[in-house]
Design a protein around this ligand. Structure first.
Ligand code: HEM
Length: 450
């Protein structure tokens, strides 16, 4: 049995560049060459074993928490999210944070966020002009940031929320900028210059977060409040301990970041894919405007996330050896493995004509636990998956019941925005006001003129 699976012999800079610039083409090519299990090497020189056989995915997702470390593998996020972020922890510490974080994200709580989502979508749509061409990504980012901020902090308007919103966006611009990524790849994330630049954008955000935490702590009506921060302040672990300010800061930052960029990118892809297929768009629009088939709406979202999973891989660091590739490879402890979401989703034995956008496939066969994995899996599966799916439904509904949308150009290529993949022109669509809405608007104007 071999230790590490084979992989390309190109220099690691070349491999990293291709993975960043053309992730899908690059990964698909390696699978064609080497099979379902192959090894890539990026700038840090550490091998990363890509897995795309559902059996291997199952091995990783059902592996024991003391064997599959995700926190250690997510280390690059530490400077922003903080060392106490759920994404950075493993084993008992991870489990503790996960238990504290889960209650606000249980399915039945989603209805409480519905009003926030609908209102944020409505506000956004009020700014759209008939006939205008817009890039969905920045609009969706603004919308999803608004939603997560309100869900986390409560329905608070005013200058302070506005200040936090601006600071977060500035920080995100700075940290997801491609030049910044290139610099961090070349200089290493620990470089002093990068650290200094990061602190400049991060310090004011931290200051605001600690201020909001202190303000919430001082509130006498926490039990009555519905926001996530209030719930986290009241949450107790098995020993009856509450979360510290530092833990709260790190989890808030995690929720704010994990909770909005991903959803915004997924929504942008949904609009990009739909406008390229007018018949699918038409059917979805009909369903949303009065049809009964909620299943079709879900199938569109599932298909979007299959064909364009915004996080193309997740990573685990092995603390003990495991066997993958149908018994061919025994990976030693210390190896990093990457369940390759993007590649699993493009398997033609599971998804015939895998490159086609065809929501119907999910009506015929519901998504499988180890074959549809846009939210990762096992003990690390995305905490906010129900929230994200609920929000995607709400936004698709709001947009398509208010406007008709159509393609501006051909399909967009996959581009990178930090860890996520996005449409390279941001998902550009033309918005055309819905006929009924135009008539209602015209009637109002007429009434005013009279
Ligand atoms: C379309 C939207 C989203 C996608 C595609 C997505 C995807 C993911 C993925 C792939 C992981 C890693 C899972 C693993 O390692 O197996 C993850 C983890 C996580 N996500 Fe999401 N996510 C989305 C939205 C959200 C939202 C809305 C929130 C919260 C408001 C959220 C919070 C988290 C948290 C806290 C974790 C860490 C879980 C852990 O380590 O135990 N995500 N997400």
């Amino acid at each position: 049995m071999l230790d590490l699976p084979p992989g390309p012999k190109q220099p690691r800079y070349a491999q990293a560049l291709q993975w960043v610039m053309r992730p899908q083409e690059f990964a698909v090519r390696q699978r064609e060459r080497f099979g379902d299990v192959f090894t890539l090497e990026f700038i840090d020189g550490q091998p990363l074993v890509f897995l795309s056989d559902p059996e291997d995915i199952r091995t990783v997702f059902t592996g024991a928490a003391n064997v599959m470390h995700a926190g250690a593998a997510n280390k690059v996020l530490a400077p922003i999210l903080g060392a106490r972020s759920i994404l950075l922890l493993d084993e008992a510490e991870h489990l503790r944070q996960r238990r504290l974080l889960l209650p606000p994200f249980h399915g039945e709580r989603m209805l409480r966020y519905e009003a926030i989502m609908a209102e944020a979508a409505e506000r956004e749509l009020e700014t759209w002009q008939e006939g205008e061409t817009i890039a969905m990504l920045p609009r969706m980012q603004a919308l999803t940031l608004e939603v997560i901020m309100r869900a986390v902090f409560g329905i608070e308007d005013g200058l302070e929320m506005e200040r936090l919103r601006v600071l977060l966006r500035t920080m995100l611009q700075a940290t997801t900028d491609m030049r910044q990524m290139a610099l961090s790849l070349i200089m290493g994330p620990e470089s002093e210059r990068l650290q200094r630049r990061l602190r400049e954008v991060l310090d004011p955000v931290d200051e605001e977060l600690y201020r909001v935490i202190a303000e919430h702590r001082g509130a006498s009506d926490l039990e009555q409040r519905e926001d996530i921060l209030s719930m986290l302040l009241l949450a107790r672990d098995e020993d009856g301990e509450a979360m510290t300010d530092l833990e709260l800061r790190d989890e808030l930052m995690t929720l704010l970041l994990a909770g909005h960029e991903t959803t915004a990118s997924s929504l942008s892809w949904a609009f990009e894919q739909l406008t390229q297929r007018p018949q699918t768009l038409e059917r979805l629009t009909e369903e949303l405007r009065g049809g009964e088939d909620e299943a079709y709406v879900d199938a569109v979202i599932q298909e979007t996330m299959r064909l364009r999973p915004v996080l193309p891989i997740v990573i685990r660091l092995l603390k003990e050896p495991i066997t993958v590739g149908q018994g061919r490879f025994r990976l030693p402890a210390g190896t990093r493995v990457a369940p390759a979401i993007m590649l699993v989703h493009l398997r033609d034995d599971i998804y015939p004509e895998p490159f086609e956008f065809r929501p119907e496939r999910f009506i015929e066969t519901p998504p499988g636990t180890y074959t549809w994995i846009p939210f990762g899996g096992g003990m690390r599966r995305c905490v906010g998956s129900a929230f994200a799916l609920f929000e995607m439904r709400a936004v698709l509904r709001a947009v398509l019941t208010t406007f008709d949308i159509e393609a501006v150009g051909g399909p967009e290529r996959i581009a990178r925005r930090s860890l996520t993949i996005v449409p390279d022109h941001g998902g550009r669509v033309r918005v055309v006001r819905r006929a009924e809405a135009v008539v209602a608007g015209a009637a109002d104007e007429g009434a005013l003129a009279l």
